[in-house]
Design a protein around this ligand. Structure first.
Ligand SMILES: C[S@@+](CC[C@H](N)C(=O)[O-])C[C@H]1O[C@@H](n2cnc3c(N)ncnc32)[C@H](O)[C@@H]1O
Length: 337
């Protein structure tokens, strides 16, 4: 499967940020502090404090500007510069919980500055707040990436076989995976399945999916169906291949059942490309300690094998982990214990 980039994105630079004076203060503080340390060694405590203060300002400025940019300024600028952006893909992932990370970063950065100004003796606490702000901001940037057309890609793996294969997009949402699939579809058809009830996708995704498929020129080649992945309304062996990104990690207690259903509806020899979030540094930036609750790669491999799959390939993809699974050709459809 190709990992070709999506359509070129118009790049835009925002207006000069109102807080850019913070950079000046930071740099001036560094110079003043360094000068005092070199030329007035007896004032070591004062000069070290100024350096520390400057450091907080520079870090605070970075987090503040980046947070404001992610939390909304970017959208306003893009709308001003590219009013036709609504004609592009829209994955509807701009909800509060995503910007929540940017807002939390802003709060942590502000807390760091307040601590440094009001209670300088508590500077270790201030450093922790800055570190937290940076982690939260990084998480926000990772989350924002999921809305970008250049993330509409799939790992390059040997997935689709046959003359005119039928491919299942399990948990299609607003169609990101379906569109990425379209680059290598050939004569294949796609059945895009979702419950279309996700609160974090605007309107559940069905209308966005229609819009995105139309824009990708795929409307006539994709059948959209509303269904639950833990009880698929398809006959055994119906699909030649299946793909799913960022879905099975949402199934909670239904993960094993979901994998068994994917196994059932694939034909023998059919392959399933699944991408999920697993614990790691990327997910730590996004979800902090909650990332430790995610199923590990070993856990997914175990569940996939228990469903009857063989693990063919695996790797990293858009900050997630992907695995290519195969239903062995000799199996008629019954899941292994
Ligand atoms: C994070 S979105 C991913 C959407 C799309 N695959 C993508 O990568 O952009 C997860 C999707 O899984 C769907 N979903 C979650 N649990 C489901 C279930 N049990 N049955 C069907 N769809 C489900 C949600 O409705 C949502 O659209």
């Amino acid at each position: 499967m190709s990992d070709t980039q999506g359509p070129p994105q118009g790049s835009s630079r925002g207006p000069r940020n109102a807080h850019s004076h913070m950079w000046l203060m930071g740099v001036a503080g560094v110079l003043a502090g360094a000068g005092m340390m070199i030329f007035l060694p007896q004032l070591k405590i004062a000069s070290t404090s100024i350096l520390l203060f400057a450091g907080f300002h520079v870090l605070g400025a970075i987090v503040l500007i980046a947070s404001a940019w992610s939390a909304g300024v970017r959208g306003w600028v893009q709308r001003l510069i590219r009013p036709a952006a609504k004609d592009g893909y829209d994955f509807g992932w701009g909800p509060g919980w995503m910007n929540g990370l940017a807002i939390a970063a802003l709060v942590a950065a502000t807390a760091a500055i307040v601590i440094e100004l009001q209670w300088p003796a508590l500077w270790p606490l201030g450093f922790i707040a800055v570190a937290l702000a940076i982690v939260l901001m990084t998480g926000n940037q990772i989350m924002q990436g999921f809305q970008r057309p250049d993330h509409v890609v799939l790992p390059m793996v040997d997935l689709i076989r046959g003359e005119a294969p039928l491919v299942l997009d399990a948990g299609c949402g607003a169609g990101r995976t379906t569109i990425a699939l379209s680059r290598v579809l050939g004569a294949a058809r796609v059945v895009a399945v979702d419950r279309f009830d996700a609160g974090y996708i605007d309107g559940g995704g069905r209308e966005l999916l229609r819009h995105n498929l139309e824009r990708a020129g795929l409307s006539g080649r994709v059948d959209v169906q509303s269904a639950d992945l833990t009880a698929l309304p398809f006959a055994e062996g119906r699909f030649d291949a299946a793909v799913s990104t960022h879905v099975y990690d949402h199934l909670g207690a239904g993960k094993q059942k979901g994998l068994e259903e994917a196994f059932r509806v694939l034909r023998p020899g059919g392959r399933f490309l699944m991408a999920v979030w697993t614990p790691g540094l990327t997910m730590f930036a996004v979800a902090n300690v909650f990332s430790l609750l995610l199923t590990s790669k070993a856990g997914w491999r175990r569940m996939a094998r228990a469903a009857g799959f063989q693990v063919i390939d695996e790797g990293a993809f858009n900050g997630a982990w992907f695995v290519l699974l195969e239903k062995p050709a000799a199996v008629s459809g019954a899941t292994a214990a």
